[in-house]
Design a protein around this ligand. Sequence first.
Ligand code: XIL
Length: 378
Amino acid sequence: MKLPSCVLAAAAVPLASAQLDFWAKKAGLEFFGAATDTPGFREREPYAASYPKYDAIFADPKEFGQTTPTNGQKWMFVEPQPGVFNFTEGEFVSKLAKKTGKILRCHALVWHSQLAPWVEETTWTPEELKAVIKRHIFGVAGHWKGQCAHWDVVNEALDEDGTYRKSVFYNVLGEEYIKLAFQWAAEADPTAKLYYNDYGIERPASVKTAGALRIVKLLKDAGIRIDGVGMQAHLHADNHPTMEDHVKTMTAYAEHVEEVAFTELDVRIKTGTPLNDTKLAWQKESYQFVSEACIRVPQCVGITIWDFYDPFSWIPHVFPDNGLALPWSEDFSKKPAYDGMIDIFKKYADKPRPKPGKPTKPTKPEKPGKPRVKRFSA
Ligand code: XIL
């Protein structure tokens, strides 16, 4: 696909000010980051011409203070054959993080998706599969030892109904695999903060939120270290959690873990009907709720968006008629969500963060149950 000329023209425009990480830090967060991937692969394959501009925005230390590889550390890339490791893709992002001075969040050690096919194609005894998981965790977390500020140790272990997902790991080992994964990750990379990470765990009443709390307690009761819960936050502009939802949910996790984070934030817009200001306003509100809630909950360390540039987003590839989920549009202009987040960070700039156990009051009181903007009906 050829890029429109406006994208190419934008490549010559110097970087604008008001950067996200700079203002997020002023508001007391540890970081505002963007995930990224290997150039030329997957979603970004047809967009080579956009790289100079993309790379300059990504590298700006005031824009993004943290990054996560969207793909390169996943099982299918790092251990494509049993015991045969390949760190090339993952290292692209870990080296870039080092070069651009960003915190590295690592993703993901044990996950049912993007697994190497051999893991699912083999019939394992429990002892065999334990050995496979152990080798994988020591191989991968061991390789990046000392470089990862956080590791998503177990990703998406919950099904939509809040019960355990029937993955190969669960089917062979039951919930034991979660305990073993955290134990081995702690041994393999003692300084990384160890996270349980999932989607749909951002609302207090969600069955998956209850499931995530169960997993946290399972580990805590067994005396196994878990440091954080990562809310992926793949949100919908037309039906997003309120700030109070976010605060309540994070506060519940924070009773048991040291930290929480928004780890894969994007806010998709329905693209089957034309884009309009209302859709953009809903999206902005959702990004703002996440930002303000993170500031208000003392254990919330930061926010990572799942890439920052629409053409590189995974959303339209997986959810037809959805997209435009990221703060930067295809022509590199910023959506209202960008300034919306900056406004929130500025509002809290240079004010002390709340102490654990005491989320701060919102600066503008919210009317419970009354969204500030109207939502789509369906
Ligand atoms: C996505 C990547 O962004 C895509 O490039 C890939 O094709 C599929 O996976 N939850 C996760 C992420 O934990 O790893 C997923 O990333 C998005 C959903």
